[in-house]
Design a protein around this ligand. Structure first.
Ligand SMILES: [Zn+2]
Length: 333
């Protein structure tokens, strides 16, 4: 009997030890999980017309994305839903590069005004202004020829993690946040089911400057599937600023977008396309994933996320030229 009692005691001790160890391991794992998920409480981002309702519960790990078993090319699979990255981006600390260098051809179209310039407008303003009729024609062309819009988030996931992009993918960007972005651009995009990125000069929205969209409109556009990202606080030449001013312009505009939209921005447009290594370094430290320039080109590489080329759409860009630009593969300094 004594032998049996000791065996039972021993067994109990082993069970207690086992349970204790398992519990401790669970607590440690849970702690790790939360520690690696600093943004788990960030609001889910813009609902996008192309993906299903937002998943609010997440169990983020350091690499929340399944690496595709094959290496997709940009045109590999037209059926793959775009914007997957756009949504997931809000709960991820950032795309973890898988170490594979990639180059992707994808036109990032650059617009400024979409409104008729006043009769006394100078040559620069005319060049920056696309007539609303011409803009609609361009969107109609894209729609009827099977082009689809993806976000800059999708592009970064494709470059860093190999996530596939749909065939004939295009990114639309609008700089400066002019009032016509809300009145002339947004309704047309909605009509065609397109999305776009709007780079806003946050100081102008903060002071409700006439001629620019408001934060209310920005929020509405974000809810409608658009991306709202910073373009500095007051549009200075960043390459001429001292460090403190640089941080103020970059971090200040990021925080302003986040405070006003509950969405942490991950992209930046260099004002007038001016930047240097210092500027890019501050962007990197501020958690920016990618930045668009005014370099003319359609090729992007996984090691050049802070120097993304774009394709400028001019006031006099005709539909044939527009069509050719969509299929252009190249870079011009
Ligand atoms: Zn600008």
């Amino acid at each position: 009997m004594r032998e049996l009692g000791r065996t039972r005691q021993l067994l109990m001790a082993v069970i207690v030890l086992y349970v204790t160890v398992i519990t401790a391991m669970g607590v440690v794992a849970l702690r790790r999980r939360w520690a690696s998920a600093p943004e788990a409480t960030v609001m889910p981002g813009p609902p996008s017309p192309t993906h299903s309702p937002v998943v609010t519960v997440s169990l983020p790990t350091s690499t929340p994305f399944v690496t595709p078993t094959r290496l997709p090319s940009p045109s590999a699979d037209a059926t793959v839903a775009s914007h997957q990255g756009s949504h997931d981006a809000d709960i991820a600390p950032g795309p973890t590069p898988d170490g594979t260098p990639r180059s992707i051809r994808l036109p990032i179209l650059m617009y400024h005004y979409v409104s008729a310039p006043l009769p006394d407008a100078d040559i620069f303003r005319r060049d920056l202004s696309v007539h609303p009729g011409a803009f609609r024609k361009q969107m109609e062309y894209m729609y009827s020829h099977g082009y689809v819009t993806v976000s800059l988030y999708d592009l970064v996931y494709a470059l860093t993690r190999g996530l596939p992009l749909p065939e004939r993918a295009v990114v639309l960007t609008f700089d400066d946040g002019y009032a016509d972005a809300y009145t002339n651009v947004y309704p047309v995009l909605r009509e065609y089911g397109f999305t776009a990125t709007f780079f806003v000069i946050t100081g102008f929205l903060d002071t409700a400057r006439p001629g620019y969209i408001t934060w209310d409109q920005a929020r509405e556009m974000l809810e409608g599937g658009m991306d709202i990202e910073p373009h500095s606080k007051s549009h200075p030449d960043l390459s001429e600023l001292d460090y403190d001013a640089l941080v103020y312009q970059i971090v200040g505009s990021i925080e302003s977008v986040e405070a006003n939209t509950s969405h942490r921005p991950r992209f930046f447009a260099y004002p007038s396309g001016r930047y240097d290594d210092r500027v890019s370094e501050v962007l990197r430290m501020a958690g920016i994933w990618g930045a668009v320039t005014t370099h003319n080109g359609t090729r992007h590489s996984s090691d050049g996320l802070l120097a993304l080329s774009r394709v400028r759409i001019h006031g006099d860009t005709g539909i044939e030229t527009f069509a050719a630009l969509l299929d252009w593969d190249g870079d011009v300094e």
